[in-house]
Design a protein around this ligand. Structure first.
Ligand code: ATP
Ligand code: MG
Length: 649
């Protein structure tokens, strides 16, 4: 089974040149555990502070007093750390490579240009009456203006709330209201996979909803020139207002614990939660993890394929890379357009060295076979990364072999919107890799596994993943609802941060995420995570993707219901169902034997690409009327299709 597979030792070139080798990782990790104050005081020096912090850590996870503060008497400005301080040394270096949806469109923006435009935008925001502590909603395409808008907010102390550009008017309205946003920044349209999405029209619709009258202005980037309605007095063209501003704007001195942004989770397990992230600890942590986990070296081209609407885009397209003076690539389109080889083509076009993507993207490519990347060589790649879901070992191996040409380590990074940055991941110069395992904790992260009563489990074991002490990047609250924050993360096990994920730890101390705790199956008294059964199925040559849920079963308590998406060109036959059943029985054991297999042309996923098992569970249980919060579902037609062809149990 999964952990008896290949181990990939640290490559010699990485061990010799990386930011951390094994000895350094171990020494630094130990120090971060023994003396968190000293460790993080030192790390905070990676930032430029207006006033350096003297109070480092002041945190409590106690259920009746959840209070998390880092560097609380320090003053700094995030945009100054991402821009101003780089001008002298790397003003002419590319900060952002933008690759448009159309493969013929791309541009390079230097640090100096990004600085000037961000300052102009910051001044424009001021002209619209936005100041320190105000919130601004961003509903934007993947264009450089999105990064500029985030940085411009941080420059003047405004709090941004990015809403993924694929969301509906209702989601925009809810978030404008939730954050009390005085301003929405958007574009006329976005372009993805050759199709135009009417962002401005969606904002217009959102702002007719009750309660949205807090929003006074809409700042509109002209992306396509497509036709839009215009509301005089409210709507403002981005270029018209920004062009005329000064390119100098004094950065606001922000307290380390002042809010930097609000961001919603993906909504995989329920209604999305709007987390509050703050300034000093978040940036320290985003920058440090970006440097060490991706082993970012001077001058490298780094590409994270996430959208800025997710935390991955915040921490690892914008804030981490720019704080480190990196060149970060921002891609407007989708990996399947104009062909499934697009990711590889982009790598070759821009000589990308580090590629950070998601299992869902890897599995989608796998379904198109070994030759899907043949239009590119990808020789520039040095390191690969994965985030968002457990990466099935089979997908890991494929990613390694087909995309990385068997020479790039893969960093499988486990973390959450709530954690602000990467929590469990290998360091490529220090950690031997095991496909399917996120491996070991990052500096300062103290994971533990507990049973359902909160008792800590030792050694090689399986349990609920908790974090025992605070780290600088973590969310401080749910925006406007601290009680829900405490309830969701700190009330299950007193004094611990509960992640909601199940996890196994092996003999080497490696962590393997087994799936969401909510999704754990209990079959005849045996508890099973979803990841293991799904990975077993994905390892079969006919299977592209699989999702496993439990359903009520008279004898076993829960039965195993499996949704399977087949690879391109494979016929869904009863024969194949039998074969897959045998496959799982043989691989994991009779206890994991599927009761029902349903063919799924597509699986319901969140907009960030995660399988929404809670919806599949409802379909399996034949409770198709109350599917719960579906606001972050990417494609509702997938659900209709599954309901229509629901398997007979
Ligand atoms: P919600 O909290 O609204 O249900 P969500 O948990 O999907 O949504 P995110 O914060 O985007 O929202 O995702 C974090 C979750 O993604 C983690 O708790 C974990 O379940 C999963 N995850 C992320 N990275 C990995 C990884 N490398 N391996 C396994 N699981 C991962
Ligand atoms: Mg979550």
């Amino acid at each position: 089974m999964s952990d008896q597979q290949n181990v990939y030792p640290v490559r010699d070139d990485f061990a010799a040149n990386a930011w951390a080798d094994k000895a350094k990782y171990e020494a630094m990790y130990q120090q971060s555990m023994d003396d968190p104050e000293g460790f993080w005081a030192e790390q905070a020096k990676r930032l430029d502070w207006i006033k350096a912090p003297t109070k480092i850590k002041n945190t409590s996870f106690a259920r009746d007093n959840v209070d998390i503060r880092w560097f609380e008497d320090g003053l700094l400005n995030v945009s100054a750390n991402c821009l101003d301080r780089h001008l002298e040394k790397r003003g002419d270096q590319t900060a952002i490579i933008w690759e448009g949806d159309n493969p013929d469109d791309s541009k390079h923006i230097t640090y100096r240009e990004l600085y000037a435009r961000t300052n102009q935008l910051a001044n424009a925001l001021k002209e619209l009456g936005i100041g320190k502590g105000d919130t601004v909603t961003l509903y934007m395409p993947m264009i450089p203006e999105a990064a500029m808008a985030m940085l411009a907010c941080s420059r003047i102390g405004a709090v941004h709330s990015v809403v993924f550009g694929g969301f509906s008017p209702d989601a925009v309205a809810q978030r404008v209201i939730g954050a009390d946003s005085k301003l929405v920044i958007t574009a006329d349209e976005s372009v993805r996979g050759g199709k135009h999405v009417p962002l401005k029209e969606n904002v217009d619709a959102a702002l007719t909803r009750d309660g949205t009258d807090v929003c006074k202005n809409v700042l509109v980037v002209k992306r396509t020139g497509g036709e839009i309605d215009w509301k005089e007095g409210r709507d403002v063209w981005f270029d018209e207002l920004v062009d005329k501003q000064s390119s100098e704007c004094e950065p606001e001195a922000m307290g380390a614990e002042d809010p930097l942004f609000i961001l919603y989770t993906s909504g995989s397990t329920g209604a999305p939660k709007g987390l509050k992230h703050t300034t000093g600890g978040y940036l320290t942590y985003a920058a440090m993890t970006h440097q060490y986990v991706f082993d970012y070296q001077e001058g490298e081209i780094y590409w994270c394929t996430a959208d800025v609407g997710w935390v991955t885009g915040h921490s690892y397209i914008v804030y981490g890379p720019l704080a480190n003076g990196a060149t970060t690539l921002m891609f407007e389109g989708v990996p399947s357009y104009p062909t499934h080889g697009r990711m590889g083509d982009i790598v070759d076009k821009h000589n990308v060295n580090i590629l950070y993507t998601a299992p869902t993207a890897v599995r989608a490519l796998m379904a198109h076979g070994e030759n899907v990347m043949d239009s590119s060589k990808r020789d520039s790649l040095r390191l690969l990364g994965s985030v968002g879901e457990p990466i099935n070992p089979e997908a890991w191996e494929w990613f390694y072999r087909v995309i990385g040409n068997e020479k790039c380590p893969i960093v499988d990074t486990w973390w959450q919107t709530e954690t602000g940055g990467i929590m469990i991941a290998p360091l490529p110069g220090a950690t031997p890799l095991k496909p399917g395992s996120a491996t070991v904790p990052f500096f300062g992260v103290k994971p533990a596994l507990v049973d359902n009563e909160g008792k800590q489990l030792e050694g090689a074991t399986e349990g609920n993943l908790v974090i025992l002490d605070a780290w600088p990047g973590q969310a401080r609250s749910i925006w406007g609802d601290h009680e829900r924050f405490v309830q969701t993360y700190f009330s299950t096990y007193d004094g611990m941060y509960f992640t909601g994920d199940g996890c196994r730890r092996d003999e080497d101390g490696y962590y393997w995420i087994t799936g969401r705790v909510d999704d754990v199956l209990n079959v005849s008294g045996h508890r099973m995570g979803t990841a293991e059964i799904e990975s077993s199925l994905v390892a079969h040559s006919a299977v592209a993707e699989a999702a496993v849920v439990g359903f009520p079963h008279d004898i076993k308590g829960q039965g195993i219901y499996i949704y399977v998406t087949l690879n391109d060109g494979i016929d869904p036959t009863d024969e194949l169902k039998k074969e897959l059943t045998q496959w799982v029985r043989k691989d994991i054991g009779p206890i994991a034997s599927p009761d029902v297999i349903q063919w799924a042309p597509g699986l319901p996923k969140t907009r960030s690409g995660k399988i929404m098992r809670r919806i599949l569970r409802k379909i399996a249980a034949n409770e198709c009327d109350g599917l719960g919060d579906t606001s972050t579902l990417a494609d509702p037609s997938v659900v209709d299709e599954l309901i229509e062809h629901r398997a007979n149990q």
